[in-house]
Design a protein around this ligand. Sequence first.
Ligand SMILES: Cc1ncc(C[n+]2csc(CCOP(=O)(O)OP(=O)(O)O)c2C)c(N)n1
Ligand SMILES: [Mg+2]
Length: 350
Amino acid sequence: MRHIRSYDPYPLLNAEAVSEAARLINSAQRPLALVGQGVELGEAHHELLAFLEKAHIPAACTMMGLSALPSAHPLNMGMLGMHGNYAPNLKEQECDVLIAIGMRFSERVTGRVDKYACKAKVIHLDIDRSEIDKNVKTDVAVVADCKVSLPAITKQLEEKRHDEWIESFTPLFDEENKKVIQPAIHPVSGALLMGEVVHAVSQAVQGDAVMVNDVGQNQMFSCRYFKYNRQRSIVTSGGLGTMGFGLPAAIGSVFGAPHRTVCLFTGDGGIQMSIQELGTIMEQRIPIKVILLNNNYLGNVRQWQELFWNKRYSFTRMLNPDYSAICKGYGIHYDVLTDRKDLDARYARC
Ligand SMILES: Cc1ncc(C[n+]2csc(CCOP(=O)(O)OP(=O)(O)O)c2C)c(N)n1
Ligand SMILES: [Mg+2]
């Protein structure tokens, strides 16, 4: 086969790197695994569980890897990064060994790299050699498909418990739950919130659906509050942040997984970038649940103008079309939900 520079789809496992990684993990007091989409693409879900459970390692997922580990697994510590959970973000700064598995240390995960995970030795498992040392300096690199590297490392791991370390996440969870999560998913007054809508849909499908999203606040809230118990269940444009991705991606998801429920969360800005695909839905009679989280704003940009640009709002207010009329035109069944008290009853039909 012709050699293409920097293209090496099946790198051979380096036995020395595997032993060095296992040695570091065996000596760790406060290990933390970061799980990315590489686990999903490599279909290394069982291998990941065997690895985490043998050495009792807490893990947090990147946005792209959210369904690589069941949401309710006791070692799942939540989502990493700027819009992620409090506990894993703080614990990255405390851990002594960080094991990155099929993830690329995006800047939304790391924040300032010069202050990132300073107390940790870093082990990076990735199939792509060019990811190693790209963003975060690595102590041990295991360049291979993680379906191969994870079991090789697991074989050399000692069975361990890290109860005290794992319990130290709990007060941080409790604090986030009280101050952020409960007010987002169970608000008692005010306008309907994205978090409570996502939570209600997630409850209705009981972790069984494929979740697709667009870009913006709808993406962040759906990533935060949708739960999974099946692998390969999230479809998002991730760091590419491509508005208009959601609707066609949801159509593709139905064709890719025809026996599964597909839920799309999208925004009033993003849906208008590929709204013509409602025609495909009409024509193909595609059974997607489209949840348009209409806040009459390019909400994510407005949020940045508010927080980082001194509330200088510019061109973020949306003058929206009548979406009901549009659905009617395409012959697509729709429901308009504005009242909190209707939430559970409507989504129970999901
Ligand atoms: C094609 C494209 N254009 C612009 C952006 C920049 N951008 C990111 S989020 C966002 C606003 C999204 O608004 P909306 O779809 O209503 O979602 P919301 O944040 O309100 O949930 C914009 C303009 C982008 N990511 N992609
Ligand atoms: Mg919006």
